[in-house]
Design a protein around this ligand. Structure first.
Ligand SMILES: COc1cc([C@H]2SCC(=O)N2Cc2ccccc2)c(Br)cc1O
Length: 390
């Protein structure tokens, strides 16, 4: 049926193959030689042209920011829309070894307006015992006025072509919709930090038999973290955090294979983008635990009193001495202190162990994870997934 016309032509796990144990785990199609990769860009409908978005350029970064701010992902009831900041986009799109050519835009030939965007960044992802060079595909966005012109399939084929040109044959991506075929499906959970605002904007509702003051008291947090030695991560901590994180992530079926360069980029604190904290034992000065969250505001569509929701998203957390429950409560405490309205987390890794106890509530968004050109025999449990995509 029409349902997945495009995805049924792609090397991804097909629904019809689920459960077929005769199909081996690993790449679905072999790599080709670079000469066999299409050398010229795919054809766009005639009014449009490809452009490479130089995120170092203030002007271009502004165009990308505004396209996403006005046209990127909304919730099912169109009450909120992601509002990735320019600093966040620069962080997300320029990791070690990134390719500018993978920051792909579509412009209208006449007006030169940016009307669509899709990106890839290189990553080493371990799947069981194999470390695979992949592209992490993200920020697929088509202007609201150009929807259902079938632009997305040609943009996906173009970013795939440019990834192939760099001799990379696998990719990882997420979507809020079911496509062939998720390797796992996660649930978002939310911990209120500013319940009054969340109720006012319609994200949360006052519980039955609950007053506003009772609700505010329910979510109240201490003013300071509880764990002795809890502090912000610094450059000098990169080697120890890398060791801690690599060891911790090795237990999951799918996870990033971070080296010190990656840890320095992805986890060193950047104001209003990424926050990272660690526990340095006051006695031994060992680094025993780590927690991190990224800053991703949302536009609030159509509320009289507020226009921005300040949201923190749990990123990578490692607990070896401090109980994860206490570590994450300290993360909530510093997030509240930094005036976040809500702290979001997926039910991946060991997150399920603290979500309910720390008063997270389940969200309505499901997040499906996908691999391109790499078959995984059976879907993973969310607790087997050690990969957080932005
Ligand atoms: C509305 O329920 C949810 C919406 C979102 C996404 S869709 C567009 C947007 O902006 N979101 C971020 C957000 C907005 C509001 C609260 C928490 C997170 C997610 Br992710 C999970 C939810 O459960």
């Amino acid at each position: 049926a029409k349902k997945h016309k495009f995805w049924e032509t792609q090397p991804v796990g097909q629904f019809k193959d689920v459960g077929d144990t005769s199909l081996p785990e690993g790449p679905i199609e072999p790599p080709t030689t670079l000469s066999e990769v299409k050398q010229e860009p795919y054809n766009l409908p005639s009014p449009y042209e490809w452009t490479t978005c130089d995120m170092d350029s203030e002007e271009t970064c502004n165009e990308v920011y505004n396209l996403l701010k006005n046209n990127y992902v909304e919730d099912d009831e169109n009450m909120f829309r992601f509002n990735y900041s320019k600093e966040f986009l620069r962080w997300a799109l320029r990791p070690p070894g990134y390719y500018k050519s993978w920051h792909i835009g579509v412009r209208a030939k006449t007006s030169k307006k940016l009307v669509a965007f899709i990106t890839g960044v290189p990553a080493r992802i371990r799947v069981r015992d194999e470390v695979v060079k992949m592209a992490e595909i993200n920020f697929l966005c088509v202007h609201k006025k150009l929807r259902s012109k079938r632009l997305a399939p040609v943009m996906i084929k173009e970013v795939t072509r440019r990834v192939h040109l760099e001799n990379i044959w696998q990719a990882a991506y997420t979507a809020g919709v079911v496509l062939p075929t998720p390797i796992t499906t996660c649930q978002y959970w939310h911990r209120s930090l500013n319940p009054k605002k969340l109720i006012d904007v319609g994200f949360s509702r006052l519980g039955p038999r609950m007053t506003m003051s009772r609700t505010i008291k329910l979510y109240k947090l201490p003013d300071q973290p509880a764990t002795p030695g809890f502090r912000k991560m610094e450059l000098r901590d990169v080697p120890a955090v890398t060791r801690l994180l690599r060891n911790y992530l090795s237990q999951f079926v799918v996870s990033p294979d971070f080296d010190e360069n990656d840890v320095e980029h992805w986890l060193l604190p950047t104001e209003d983008v990424i926050d990272s904290y660690l526990v340095e034992s006051p006695k031994t000065h060992d680094i025993t635990d780590f927690c991190s969250f990224y800053t991703l505001p949302s536009s609030i569509l159509g509320n009289q009193n507020y226009s921005i929701l300040k949201a923190a998203y749990s990123y990578y957390n490692v607990s070896t001495k401090t109980p994860l429950l206490q570590l994450m409560n300290d993360a909530l405490i510093v997030a509240k202190k930094k005036d976040f309205d809500v702290f979001n987390a997926l039910d991946v890794m060991h997150n399920e162990s603290f979500l309910k106890e720390l008063k997270f509530g389940p969200g309505d968004g499901q997040l499906h994870y996908y691999l391109y050109n790499y078959r995984i025999q059976n879907a993973l449990r969310t607790s087997e997934l050690g990969l957080v995509l932005l």
